[in-house]
Design a protein around this ligand. Structure first.
Ligand code: HDE
Length: 681
């Protein structure tokens, strides 16, 4: 078992309760006779107040809900481990989980959408949260990041404004988990600092195929601090080993109905199957002396450091290998906080980060009902906790000490701070930054450029990524009712790139104003998903369309190759159970192509007459998926009337088997050459 020897799991084991072979009791441990009938005066008489079991059961039910997170309400989590590679970072930090390659640090990661409520669909256009709690020997370290490297605003004081604008509108609470509405775009047109992030939000990054296939970013510039107290600026990146891949927009809309739990199910199933998701941790390190070498401010969270300027140093691996056992106890009650840092890691003066340091602790107090939430099992550090903080709602510890103050003589001065004990090993000490300034409500002029990096992002996109961005702007602004807002947004877009603005404006029937800035022409290849690894079909889901006429023998050579490379094949047929010599996993009419990455046609003709089967194949084609026909499967391909084009495979070619060609076509992820988004530029 991958987590054997894991300190955090041992700690959690103390709280696990199995109900196997148990008898029903009240919360007081009294055994219950009957939980189907309340106590009443006579069989047809009124219920009696003295029925303590009834009252307790209903009271507990009435109090089951806690407030959902204001943002990032919908999420899914998993346990795992982090291990740093050889090649210590001791030169830069004293954080031992980043220095000692023999240390396996337990982690809990929660992925989330931002705008939607707890019950909203997974596949919406949104940023995704990527929050990691490292249970290190030196205390808990939380890296509370997103799947996009920048943010909408520069100062935390704007966060309530931004969130209110993206949330459902206040008068009618519409729309749920959508950015395509007036208030968000009104905010955007008035706050051009949000434009860079809006480019990311309109890109395919906002509709990830899987949590396992998305990058993560700490966003802010943080600081590493070494044993000599020297600081180095750092940006944190997570890189998925499966590459960075997305869904297509039309598919997203259909998945919401077919499987609103698409992303969380995908994570859960991969871990259950033993296909553990992995990310590498990459660092961009900037010596303090270089702080002002960039044409943007390192403290501005609407900017990224192009990897071509500061390359990523890959330093370790995160593996998620265990699902939670109880969603509420673990995933809902986990409490992240950007202020949870350990020796060797420190903040920068990014005003967004500084504000977050207050917000997370504050929000947990209301969400988790008082100050003792760090004692909830999922939040407990593995490092020992000793202090004079006492009491409050839900105190679990029974402190035996006669004192709860410092200094004291009665308890020998314990628990003792380093300043008194003289033991400084492993003690957190704040980075000694010199600060000098007047108290002002003012942003530095170095935060003023809101267009250059939005242009950098646009310039770095492949042609299909650009098409998708244009289509997204058209869709979103197409849902905005107030024409003046659309015009203002287009006026901003023209400052990013004239062609982008022209294509968006055309869809909206608007004129393109003149640009006052010319496109600078710079680009960063690392920003394009087209450059992400696409060489594996591991964990890809393949639908095999079969019927009673399908011969398992015809299918076997292709299926073996697919499964041999880690793909998951599901047989869909007119009915469950045995079909021909195969076993069907699902009825075809209960399945949809949008839940699969590729389609293998293995039917000898019966399905060609089925409108559902034909739609299935056409829809997969529309969404750019690889489609392969073995032997008689060609009849269905012909019935669907698909052109012979890339990613549609019907036969062997010289030197390559059908199976090899199919594998390559799936690994490409999507064949974006097809007209997927419907934008006629
Ligand atoms: Fe958050 N954010 N945030 N945020 N955030 C919350 O904390 C906040 C920001 C992020 O899985 C809340 O526990 C402020 C950036 C994630 O439990 C709250 C600002 C980034 C999660 C909060 C930001 C994030 C949250 C709501 C502006 C990416 C989910 C419930 C300064 C780097 C964590 C909670 C989980 C959650 C405040 C901006 C990521 C209200 C004030 C930038 C992944 O405290």
């Amino acid at each position: 078992m991958a987590n054997e020897g894991d300190e955090k799991q041992r700690q959690l084991d103390q709280y696990r309760i199995s109900l196997e072979n148990t008898r029903l009791t009240t919360d007081q441990g009294v055994r219950v006779d009957d939980t189907d009938n309340s106590l009443r005066a006579g069989e047809r008489g009124p219920t009696l107040l003295e029925d303590f079991h009834f009252r307790e059961k209903i009271m507990r039910f009435d109090h089951e809900r806690i407030p959902e997170r204001v943002v990032h309400a919908r999420g899914a989590g998993a346990y795992g481990r982090f291990q740093v590679y050889d090649g210590s970072l001791a030169e830069h930090t004293v954080a031992d989980f980043l220095c000692d390659p023999s240390l396996v640090t337990p982690v809990f990661v929660r992925f989330s959408t931002v705008a939607g409520s707890r019950g909203s669909a997974d596949t919406v256009r949104d940023a995704r949260g990527f929050a990691t709690k490292f249970y290190t020997r030196q205390g808990n370290y939380d890296l509370v990041g997103n799947n996009m490297p920048v943010f909408f605003i520069q100062d935390a004081v704007k966060f309530p404004d931004f969130v209110h604008s993206v949330k459902p509108e206040p008068h009618n609470e519409i729309p749920q988990a959508q950015s395509a509405h007036d208030t968000l775009w009104d905010f955007v047109q008035l706050q051009p600092e949000s434009l860079h992030m809006m480019m990311w939000l309109m890109s395919d990054r906002a509709i990830p195929r899987s949590f396992r296939m998305m990058q993560g970013f700490g966003v802010h510039t943080f600081r590493l601090v070494n044993a000599q107290g020297r600081g180095t600026f750092v940006k944190f990146h997570w890189r998925p080993t499966l590459g960075t891949h997305s869904l297509v927009w039309d598919e997203v809309l259909r998945i919401q109905g077919n499987d609103p739990d698409f992303n969380r199910r995908d994570l859960w199933e991969a871990i259950e199957r033993g296909a553990y998701p992995e990310w590498e941790l990459g660092l961009q390190l900037v010596p303090e002396a270089d702080e002002h070498k960039f044409d943007f401010d390192l403290l501005d969270a609407t900017k990224l450091i192009p990897e071509e300027e500061v390359p990523l140093r890959m330093v370790g691996k995160l593996t998620l290998d265990r699902n939670p056992e109880n969603f509420f106890a673990e995933t809902e009650q986990v409490a992240f906080c950007t202020a949870n840092i350990v020796p060797g890691i420190d903040f920068s003066n990014d005003p967004l980060l500084q504000g977050r340091n207050f917000s997370y602790l504050d929000t947990q107090l209301i969400r988790l009902g008082g100050p003792n939430f760090p004692q909830i099992p999922i939040n407990r550090p593995v490092a020992p906790v000793h202090n004079d903080q006492r009491d409050g709602y839900h105190q679990h510890m029974i402190h035996q000490s006669h004192t709860s103050y410092s200094p004291n003589s009665i308890s020998g001065g314990c628990p003792m701070p380093a300043i008194m004990s003289g033991q400084w090993d492993g003690v957190f000490q704040h980075y000694q930054e010199r600060v000098d300034g007047k108290k002002i409500r003012k942003r530095s002029p170095s935060f003023a450029d809101h267009y250059s990096q939005a242009t950098l992002f646009w310039n770095s996109m492949s042609s299909w990524e650009k098409r998708h961005i244009v289509a997204a702007f058209r869709f979103e602004l197409g849902h905005v009712e107030r024409r003046a807002i659309k015009e203002k947004v287009v006026a901003h877009l023209v400052q990013i790139d004239r062609e982008l603005a022209a294509q968006v404006a055309e869809g909206l029937g608007l004129r393109v104003p003149a640009a006052s800035v010319a496109n600078h022409g710079k680009y960063s290849p690392a920003l394009s998903q087209a450059n992400s690894p696409s060489d594996s079909i591991a964990t890809r889901k393949i639908a095999i369309l079969a019927s009673d006429a399908t011969e398992a023998g015809q299918l076997a050579p292709v299926r073996e190759v697919l499964e041999g490379q880690g793909a998951i094949c599901e047989v869909l047929a007119p009915h469950e159970g045995t079909v021909g010599t195969l076993t069907a996993d699902r009825q075809l009419t209960a399945a949809s192509s949008v839940l699969y990455d590729a389609v293998l046609l293995a039917d000898g003709g019966a399905l060609a007459a089925s409108a559902h089967a034909v739609h299935f194949v056409r829809e997969a084609f529309k969404h750019g998926k690889a489609i392969c026909a073995v032997k008689d499967g060609r009849t269905l391909l012909d019935a669907a009337g698909l052109p012979s084009t890339e990613g549609v495979i019907g036969s062997d070619t010289a030197g390559e088997t059908l199976a090899q060609r199919f594998v390559q076509a799936i690994a490409v992820h999507r064949h974006y050459g097809r007209d997927i988004d419907g934008v006629v530029a």
